[in-house]
Design a protein around this ligand. Sequence first.
Ligand SMILES: Cc1cc2nc3c(=O)[nH]c(=O)nc-3n(C[C@H](O)[C@H](O)[C@H](O)COP(=O)(O)OP(=O)(O)OC[C@H]3O[C@@H](n4cnc5c(N)ncnc54)[C@H](O)[C@@H]3O)c2cc1C
Length: 381
Amino acid sequence: MDVRLTDQQALLRQSVREFAEHEIRPHVRDWDARQHFPRELLPSLGALGLMGIQVAESRGGAGLSAVEYCLCIEELARVDPSVALMVAAHNGLGTAHLAMFGTDAQCGRWLADLAQGRRLAAWALTEAGSGSDAGAMRTTATRESDGGWRLDGAKQFITHGHSADVLVVVAVTDATKGTRGMSAFVIEQGTPGLQPGRKEDKLGMRASETSEVRFDGCRVPGSHLLGREGLGFVNALQVLDAGRIGIAALAVGLAQGAYEAARAYALSRTQFGRPIARFQAIRATLVDDAVRIQTARLLTWRAAALKDAGHRTSLESSMAKLHASEAAVQVAEHGVQIHGGYGFVKDYPAEKFFRDVKLTTIGEGTSEIQRLVIARQLLAS
Ligand SMILES: Cc1cc2nc3c(=O)[nH]c(=O)nc-3n(C[C@H](O)[C@H](O)[C@H](O)COP(=O)(O)OP(=O)(O)OC[C@H]3O[C@@H](n4cnc5c(N)ncnc54)[C@H](O)[C@@H]3O)c2cc1C
């Protein structure tokens, strides 16, 4: 794979970088401290094409490739991983599920608004009792006599659970059929019976909103069934194949931000009469981290390029997500170490990267689950 960027890709990266530097960086600490979800960014993210990055232009999106999607997420995460998570969850989960499996009528109704940042998406699979084992979900959708559906249950840890205008929700429609008895639905905020639950107070990614969502006799019309009945879980796994490339890109960008901060600090901090970047131990750490980031980026772009070429990427997405997130955890931890005591206080960005990074080994499938997915492919007999 050619890893050189085209002129347009270089321009895209530059414009997202400038946006992140000017519109996001000045607020990062404040949003984190207050756990403020910066919904006010939506119009400008939409204007830049960042709310419908891979949605076709004919459907109101930017029509960019998966590789270009990675560039965008990386640049946002380099400055604020929470904003990158907002963009990745909106694009890669809720909006992607609709774009991949929605009918023309459903896409016409919701997709352009989502892709242009007029509305925000959420995607609700996880429940309190079913995380890694998402197929054990309990939320039900029961068909009503008028052809509509009634949802009952609760989802846990939903990004934009309070603020989303449109939620894609997976629920059990036929308990006798296991994971082939689950279906996806589009639910609009404000639908009676849909109740945003408790907002989480988080270790990191604090400017990304995470909450419970409850369904108490929540009725949706039959036209809100997304994809074929019974294929909601199967489709969700396909969404995750692509979504995981986004989390890998987020991890790469986060690691890049943490590395750049550590490098700059090492060059400026003087101990024993010289910059600490002159000490071999610090140099080796920074060198190894630069290599880690580059290998993670290449794995991520490889998965994205295969997706762009029309391949199924379960294996490559999981490899990229596993490697990039684990590498990013190491890089962020080294960032704190290189800052010494200053890595432990909020005046420097190292501690925030260290808190934010842990989500990348958990969300959209933990590292252990990525290994299961990879093993299933490598060791299938
Ligand atoms: C900030 C945040 C945002 C999120 N956003 C969303 C969202 O928008 N939509 C959504 O649907 N979900 C979302 N999630 C949920 C996320 O996907 C789950 O937290 C994740 O899949 C893990 O599930 P769990 O938390 O229930 O952990 P568990 O599944 O209970 O896992 C606990 C531990 O056991 C390990 N484990 C479990 N099964 C196995 C196994 N078979 N072999 C080895 N180890 C195993 C896990 O790896 C982990 O270490 C979000 C979570 C967070 C924290």
